[in-house]
Design a protein around this ligand. Structure first.
Ligand SMILES: [Fe+2]
Length: 325
């Protein structure tokens, strides 16, 4: 049986009767597959073409905003292509966001029990394939920062994929990427992060995923955050950047991060974009977006969020560890 058929069957079974072991098997099945074989079965990529000019009535260095009903390959693609990112207001209802804040609490509580050898549920149970994977080894990740891979929690993974399906996300994402999409173990993260003690590093995710990946990232704010709140949001360099900027110079902390001086060059005198997100608002951008988590004395409360990258199968960066969905 094809791996996607097996996934479909296990998903159906789990919908009928939720089961911890079934969810753990399902999570493992989504990760333990042959990427080359998957690529070979896919239709060739049909690249999506952006509109020659932005269809949004905002400046090139401002962010367009749409409502959830307007989400499509065109709106997401043109937002990213012409402005570097696009905000989707009311992407999730506040009540749904509240459910996921509770779920993230359950995941992180169960993580503590798992690390003590006392976990009893699929709220936190990294699939065996991840415990000793050639590209990622389990190290009780994120205990200090309050973030973890969705793949470490077969239950939240299942729940989120059900959500993605209900929202019809695949169509918009795959039309935009022009091909089948895969998720990533490392780039699908649920967070309840504490405010930062020091400014975060500017970065483009393409600096470690590769400049040629086909990507779109969905970041959903589960807390109200940004200016005017006590919860840190995101700092973004405005406007489209279509290449990887220089990393590791002028005192940048990591070889993949971008120094404040280099980021200032791309700001070109403009202010850092610091959107205000209501609960359930989302932002979409790709691997060229230059951003970081906000920090500052006003931000004193933790922020819940979900980050999920969709990556085209044809040149999938294998080190990010593909997830079938
Ligand atoms: Fe990032």
């Amino acid at each position: 049986m094809q791996v996607l058929d097996t996934i479909q069957e296990l998903t159906q079974q789990n919908r009928q009767a939720r089961d911890d072991e079934l969810e753990i098997r399902l999570a493992a099945q989504r990760i333990d597959f042959d990427l080359d074989q998957q690529r070979a079965q896919c239709a060739p990529r049909r690249p999506w073409n952006p509109a020659p000019d932005s269809p949004f009535t905002v400046g090139a260095r401002e962010l367009p905003e749409i409502d959830r009903a307007a989400v499509s390959a065109e709106t997401l693609g043109n937002g990213v292509h012409h402005h570097g990112a696009i905000i989707v207001r009311n992407f999730w209802k506040p009540s749904l966001a509240a459910q996921y804040r509770e779920q993230i609490d359950q995941v992180l509580d169960e993580q503590v029990r798992f690390d003590a050898g006392e976990a009893t549920s699929s709220w936190y149970r990294p699939p065996d394939v991840l415990l000793n994977h050639r590209f990622c080894r389990y190290k009780g990740m994120g205990r200090q920062t309050g973030s973890t891979w969705a793949a470490n929690s077969p239950r939240i993974m299942f729940n989120l994929l059900e959500e993605f399906q209900r929202m019809g996300l695949r169509r918009a994402v795959e039309e935009y990427l022009g091909e089948q999409s895969l998720l990533s173990v490392k780039k699908w993260v649920v967070r309840r992060v504490k405010p930062l003690a020091a400014p975060a590093n500017w970065h483009q995710d393409g600096s470690f995923m590769g400049k040629d990946v086909h990507s779109i990232n969905m970041w959903i704010a589960l807390s109200e955050c940004g200016p005017g709140t006590s919860v840190p949001g995101l700092d973004l360099v405005p406007g489209r950047i279509d290449h990887i900027v220089e990393t590791g110079t002028d005192g940048a902390v990591f070889d993949w991060s971008v120094s404040a001086k280099e980021a200032a060059r791309y700001l070109a005198g403009d202010e850092v974009l610091q959107p205000h997100f209501n609960i359930g608002d989302a932002i979409f951008f790709d691997h060229f977006n230059l951003h970081r988590t906000s920090s500052g004395p006003a931000f004193i409360e933790p922020r819940y969020a979900i980050e999920c990258w969709f990556l085209g199968v044809s040149n999938y960066p294998e080190r990010q560890v593909p997830v079938l969905w």
